[in-house]
Design a protein around this ligand. Sequence first.
Ligand code: NAD
Length: 321
Amino acid sequence: MVGEVVEVRELGKTGLRVSSVGFGASPLGNVFGHITHDEALSSVRRALQLGINLFDTSPYYGGTLSESVLGRCLEASGFPRDSYIVSTKCGRYVEGFDFSADRVTRSIDESLQRLRLDYVDILNCHDIEFAPSLDQIITETIPALQKIKESGKARFIGITGLPLEIFTYVLDRVPPGSVDVILSYCHYGINDTTLQDLIPYLQNKGVGIISASPLSMGLLTETGPPDWHPASAELKSACRAAAVHCKEKGKNISKLSLQYSLATKEISSVLVGMNSLQQVEENVAAAVELANHGVDSELLFEVEAILEPVKNQTWPSGIQS
Ligand code: NAD
């Protein structure tokens, strides 16, 4: 049934029912510019009111600030703990990467303290392409996370990163059921759809799919990406041209991009970084409009044509040899 709040979808075999629009909390760590506590609280509270129930953070975002701010906001929202799903990460910190069993075991306790929670719903190994070897993730990190799961501090385990081949490498080598979720980013939006090819494999493995950064970390917005964005000048310029094209037609590139990502139902949740009440309301409205009327196919066709020369262009991530 089509409603005024975002729809929920099953997340793999976890039994979790996550909102199709997820709240990416990296902006709460000032990653996309400064955000006040009042703005953060009003964004989180409004998100909950509009049916967004998945909140994703990491100790890395803003050097632990995102976790602390999210924890304060969720507590102050007054919503009961079982009405929202919290995903955090381990292994990536502002000080660097450390996927050792010892570090990730301490990490969850630190995260729980900052988040003011007894447990998180999903604990992800954060950007595993930066591990000295993916075999460390398989033989050391994931077994440590299993113990954390058994202790009740995390309900489910995930892995995240940019290159898609990391997911098959790990999932082909761990015991079935030991990874519940993957979190991919910047690979399912108008400019890059490469995650699509992996969907049947992931479904076959029974792994839940979360896709982050439908706006390609700011590339597909009117204001453009932050200075640290790793895309090539060519990709940035094509995305800028697409944003200008939409604006000239009185349309918004962010709305179109989010709707594009949301239309694929095999992706359980699309995480968007949101740093204002207005963005929360716009993104929920985009999801509701998609459910009621579908995507603006004429505009999509035009934007796809502008982005065609840079289609599926990505950037390096991980330890370069
Ligand atoms: P994104 O593509 O969601 O873009 C975020 C940017 O878009 C921010 O500047 C935000 O202010 C802006 N924005 C959001 N809604 C808008 C709207 N309606 N109009 C105009 N601008 C709008 O990129 P992201 O924040 O990097 O990704 C989303 C979340 O996914 C992150 O917060 C994080 O939780 C998660 N993520 C995880 C990983 C990982 O695990 N390796 C990587 C990337 C993202």
